[in-house]
Design a protein around this ligand. Structure first.
Ligand code: NAD
Length: 480
């Protein structure tokens, strides 16, 4: 028995109310395989209906004084925190995040709403000096317009609030299409926006099992002025191309392939403590998870042994159990990819130090591989699972070159006690985020810029940078 009663919203949240779809699709619990709920499978016609409601809502929401918008956001923040346990359970149920991590995600996600509620009172326009005494110039920040937000399953709440928080603060309105694997958390958050007093049509959430067909009206419609997407690089490229037809603003938060550089002078106790967070959190299913470990040859054996001990001690189990540290993979496709990457590495000569088994269902034992070399799939593709491949290096240049040898550029980590090296290497790494002796650069941190370079995306979320993504600058010049 659980103290908290689960509550599911399963219809689409359109124009401030709940609406059933002609069809539904199944949402299952990856820990058990059981169906949790059937959810509205929204059609392109429903997308069009939401667009009309959003266009109407935008015409008034953009005129609401930012201070008032901030008050509603603050109320939403408070409700998200009041419902922390319910939201956390939904996440654990629908995508297998451990209940402890899920509670943390709710707080992290709500933090964006709180941060942007406060930013509402800091949205100042700027006066620009003129060369002429009879002229005055002004840069006025205006809401971009109606936003289409497509979000992934791995952070079912935070990836929504990181977009919706700044968008609503800026005066934009948002239609969110949550991932088909995790719509329940999104729908629950929409209900809380309603309870906070969020006006009709300002935030709408429409789940679907056919994202491509459902999305087409958004790309055809000139009134949708922005696409904000978090997900794979592959899908991001498709949506980027589709956005070109109506020249939408885009923010793309895409895949990563994070390298971790462990130098001979690193404090290994601290390194392993930090690696614990970046490697095993969310079962390795995060875009900034440690995907490739480059370890100096002089400490590689000790590091590998201690990381293996850490991995072997992790408690794998049902996401809702308080003791669980690693839950299931989210779906069969994800598990298959992990199995394929490990098999490929072993075939090509890597050594299995621990793990490497699929004990049933969607579970996979936390795995450490040593002797990993260029040419193995695991060094080329995002694994998105609980596997730590170790490559050894001799020189700093070699490590930096290997780390940068990727199409991705989201996050990288380095561990060293040498301050000069810390600066040198963080500047040389071609990544949007660098953690120096820090495996959790974003823990409870909505005020910092999150985003990648290269094929990891365009734009930044969080902090003032995240707000700018939803504002366009109008220059007003006045003769006096
Ligand atoms: P995905 O790209 O498969 O799906 C993301 C979203 O896109 C889902 O809502 C899905 O329904 C939708 N989608 C898929 N095809 C579509 C289409 N043709 N048209 C419109 N929408 C479509 O990614 P995923 O498996 O849900 O998430 C994992 C990926 O997300 C990983 O690559 C991870 O690195 C990335 N990610 C990036 C960040 C970041 O901030 N950079 C954060 C979290 C996850």
């Amino acid at each position: 028995m659980t103290a908290v009663q689960d509550k599911f919203y399963t219809d689409a949240f359109i124009a401030g109310g709940w609406k059933a779809a002609p069809r539904t699709f199944s949402v299952t619990n990856p820990s058990t395989g059981a169906e949790i709920a059937r959810v509205a499978d929204c059609t392109p016609e429903m997308a069009k209906e939401a667009i009309e409601a959003a266009v109407t809502a935008f015409s008034s929401w953009k005129k609401v004084p930012p201070y008032e918008r901030g008050k509603l956001l603050r109320r939403w923040f408070e409700l998200l925190m009041e419902h922390q346990e319910k939201l956390a359970r939904l996440m654990a149920l629908e995508m297998g995040k451990t209940i402890k991590e899920a509670r943390g995600e709710v707080a992290y996600a709500a933090g964006f709403v709180e941060f942007y509620a406060d930013e509402c009172s800091r949205m100042n326009d700027e006066i620009i000096p003129s060369k002429f005494p009879h002229k005055r110039g002004m840069a006025r920040y205006e809401a971009v317009g109606v936003v289409y937000a497509v979000t992934p399953w791995n952070f079912p709440l935070a990836m929504i609030t990181r977009k919706v928080g700044p968008a609503l603060a800026a005066g934009c309105v948002v239609i969110n299409k949550p991932a088909e694997l995790s719509p329940l958390t999104a729908l629950y958050a929409a209900q809380l926006w309603r309870e906070a007093g969020g006006p009709e049509g300002t935030l709408q959430v429409l789940p679907t099992n056919d994202p491509a067909a459902f999305s087409s009206p958004f790309f055809a419609d000139d009134r949708i002025r922005k696409l904000t997407f978090t997900g794979s690089t592959e899908v991001g490229k498709i949506l980027y191309r589709q956005s070109a037809a109506t020249m939408k603003r885009v923010s793309l938060e895409l895949g990563g392939h994070a390298p971790v550089l462990v130098f001979a002078d690193a404090d290994l106790d601290k390194t392993l403590e930090q690696v614990f967070f970046t490697k095993w959190r969310n079962n390795g299913q995060t875009c900034i998870t440690a995907n490739r470990f480059y370890v100096h040859s002089s400490i590689a054996e000790e590091f590998g042994r201690r990381l293996s001990e850490q991995a072997a001690a992790l408690i794998v189990g049902d996401a809702l159990e308080e003791s669980t540290q690693v839950g299931p993979l989210v779906e069969q496709q994800g598990l298959d990819k992990v199995v394929r990457h490990v098999a490929d590495a072993l075939e090509k000569g890597a050594t299995l130090m621990t793990g490497g088994t699929a004990p049933g269902g969607l579970f996979y034992t936390p795995t450490v591989l040593s002797g990993v070399k260029a040419g193995m799939l695991i060094l080329e593709e995002e694994t998105f699972g609980p596997v730590a491949p170790i490559v050894t290096f001799e020189t700093e240049e070699e490590a930096v070159q290997a780390a940068n040898n990727s199409a991705y550029g989201l996050s990288a980590y380095l561990f060293t006690s040498d301050l000069s090296r810390a600066w040198r290497v963080s500047e040389a790494l071609e990544y949007g985020i660098v953690g120096v002796n820090d495996g959790a650069p974003f823990a409870m941190n909505p005020q910092s810029p999150f985003g990648g370079v290269k094929q990891s995306g365009i734009g930044r979320e969080g902090g003032r940078w995240g707000l700018e993504e939803y504002l366009s600058v109008k220059y007003i010049s006045m003769g006096i």
